[in-house]
Design a protein. Sequence first.
Length: 485
Amino acid sequence: MAGLPSKAELDVVLREKSELGDQVVTIALQLPPPERRLMGKFDSSLTFWQFIKKLESDAGVNLTKRESPNHTYLQLTITFMSRELSTNSELRTRSLFSLGLITGNKLLKASFVDTNVPFDQFLAQDLQKEEEDQSKYLKEIELREQEVQKSQKEISAKIDRERLNIEAIKRGEEKQKKLDDERRREQDKPTPEVEFNFEEQQKLLAVGREVKNAVEEEEWSLEKAQAYNAAQAESRAILRKRHMILEAAEKESVEREIENFGSRNIQAFKPSAKPFNPKSIDIPESWYDVSVQDLAGVVNKNNKDQEQIFKPKSVRKKEFEQKFSKFKRCLVNVRFPDKFEIQIQFHPKEPVSTLYEALKPCLLNPDADWYLYSAPPMTKVDPKSSKTFMKMRFVPACILHFGHPDGAMSGPYLLPEFIEGATEREKDFSLDERAKYVTQDAADELSIKVIREAMDVEEEEVKEVKKTEEKEKEKVLKKPSWFKA
């Protein structure tokens, strides 16, 4: 609204489907328990009756012809937010678009109300009303289209009037501009020459000499400025070359690490025979006593949290990478719905897409529709993602879950050789076990160190050049002797 003038008028116009184009909305219909929820994607131009019929054919359920134990008709009632459609006539004459179901994801609630009318009698009456409702719905659509056409004509007429007003304003501005230019030309006409006496002529000559000296000094400063700009461009080129060499060296080091990484070390674990029982842990009463060390830890944690708030995202990302760069292995545990687990190891800088490639040979049906996700919250892992395990924060170890659409797969999920060779996991992956995967590639670190030292020497030389250039620039920017503030 910032660009609107004061006292502007806005018109509210009804938008029809013809203006919006084809809109698809995802609708979930919640049935009374214990029945399940039905979902699907539908065109917003459909009536609720067409939407229900499509759900019936897709899901194989009966929604519009339900009979109670007393042989009476059960009326389907649909509720969206505070609006309710409680008759078949309303379902036939109201479209999804009319209730605001245009795009996005929507949830509808369904219920069944006993009409106390015999089932066969109600169906006969409803069949007679269906034709009346259809004709009524078509008439309403025609009236809406007429209203839209009428409003469009009014809007086009208003736009034409506004265009004429704008053209008239532009013509007035051009006319005023011409008058201003003529007035300015009259003011800029040369004034008649004035005869100066000898003293005034001497003063004028002195001012001319000072101006001449200032011009010469200005020319000298332009030459210095050009030299300064050339030195700046050269220093920037040196820094760019340095960064390119460092990036190439680091990239080559990562590729070498991935090539020499070794096998995936795939292990399978079967469900635990003794599930974890929290009541089996005996905690003494002294454990609940608050000590000075506990209070000091709480204070330190609060201070660290406050410091973390004011850190930019780039600094937090750098600190995370420094903290977890010591881990040279990433253990990924994939947990299946039948409680079996499979463990695969990766390099932290490999893309997560390699996880799907490594898991497929272990599956009984790898060509089925399946995916991996982390929880909570449920976040699917993209099989085509180029993000590394480090960027996804899966280092040093993580647990991912195996998921699939309803009916796409069923257990067992792993090949028989993995199920037969599965062992029981005795304990969780501890920090001591993680430490044995921390290794350092001394050769790579030494090569990067040598390159960084060479680049530091070049950077020192660039800094010295910058210092001399800044001194020259100060001389250039020095005020001339004739200038007085």
